[in-house]
Design a binder for this molecule. Structure first.
Ligand code: GZL
Length: 325
């Protein structure tokens, strides 16, 4: 199944993700210039959030047969061991390339070395990992630290001058977005009067976001002034808990989240969220183009970062009708 594709015609064009999607083209028809289908194993995290659904759809759209790909898709139920097993399976099947959205940053060295030994290029999409750069060809995704800084800058500007008690719903423990968003947010609120009462993972899911917020409310009650949810889904889950405690989200408890999914922006328009930072999931086209370029022997950028924006309520009202996810 391994397809050796001689370098094709040079493909020109910079990579810039527009605010609402990716630019660049996966190139229809023949795959990488050889006409043979490219077999790609894609190890996705799972289906934990609205963002993930949009990312998976974007990837499946781009890695279509019409675009010259045979896609072998695996969703790992957010378990690193499942994802590593999937990558090992792709290697054993002799795929042409492997794409990974790593659930967590650690534990990847061995299987990536096996892929390298099998001469199968690995492209990372969405999340990053800690292994040596020579074990992966390119990463396409969003700047999580900047997302955290943007969310923190809003909190600092809006609430930083008065004593403010904050709770944090963290993403998946050990994941790059959870680590980097936390780092960015805390750097942005340094020196303000925002105090973190508690911080706990909600695993990027609505269900766990609700459960953890219920615990925060039982423990701190009306002391809580601010919730930083590291993705929309945990924030949406927390809304039920906040209302059940007799508090008004967006007023008694102000809420800042990251992703900017349709439901997240709707909550912002409805006044239940106060600020939402985008993390663009529409990465498929650029990932597919990068796979073709790598297999064609072209030099590709090691890091290809998407462009993200941020929304207050008025900006969300304007943007919502045209959103693609
Ligand atoms: C971020 C992505 C995160 C989203 C969550 O790029 O990895 O995982 O913020 C998703 O919604 O579950």
């Amino acid at each position: 199944m391994k397809t050796k594709i001689v370098a094709g015609i040079a493909l020109l064009g910079a990579f810039a993700l527009a605010a609402t999607g990716c630019s660049g083209s996966a190139g229809a028809g023949a795959s990488g210039g050889s006409g043979k289908m490219i077999t790609v194993g894609f190890a996705q995290t799972g289906s934990e959030s609205g963002w993930r659904s949009a990312n998976t759809e974007s990837m499946k759209d781009a890695f279509s047969e019409a675009n010259g790909f045979k896609l072998i898709f695996n969703a790992a139920d957010n378990k690193a061991e499942n994802q590593i097993a999937a990558v090992r399976s792709f290697i054993n099947q002799g795929v042409d390339a492997i794409v990974i959205a790593p659930v967590v940053t650690t534990g990847w060295d061995d299987v990536l070395k096996e892929a390298k030994d099998a001469n199968i290029p690995v492209i990372l999409e969405d999340r990053t990992l800690d292994s040596s750069e020579d074990l992966w060809a390119s990463w396409i995704g969003d700047d999580f630290k900047k997302e955290g800084e943007t969310a923190g800058a809003w909190a600092a500007k809006t609430l930083g001058a008065t004593p403010t008690n904050m709770v944090v719903l963290e993403g998946t423990t050990g994941s790059a977005p959870a680590q980097d968003r936390a780092a960015g947010f805390s750097s942005a609120i340094a020196g303000t009067k925002i105090k973190t009462l508690d911080s706990q993972t909600g695993n990027f899911t609505r269900a766990d976001g609700k459960t953890v917020m219920e615990g925060f409310l039982q423990k701190y009650g009306k002391q809580i002034n601010l919730l930083f949810a590291q993705n929309d889904d945990m924030g949406l889950g927390a809304l039920d808990a906040i209302k059940a405690a007799g508090l008004t989200p967006g007023k008694d408890v102000q809420i800042v989240t990251i992703d900017a999914t349709h439901d997240g922006l709707q909550a912002l328009v409805d006044g239940q969220f106060n600020y939402v930072v985008e993390c663009n999931p529409l990465l498929g086209k650029q990932v597919a183009q990068t796979v073709k370029d790598v297999l064609a022997g072209k030099t590709v950028e090691k890091r290809q970062t998407a462009t993200d924006q941020a929304f207050d309520q008025n900006q969300a009202k304007t943007a919502l009708p045209d959103r693609k996810y």
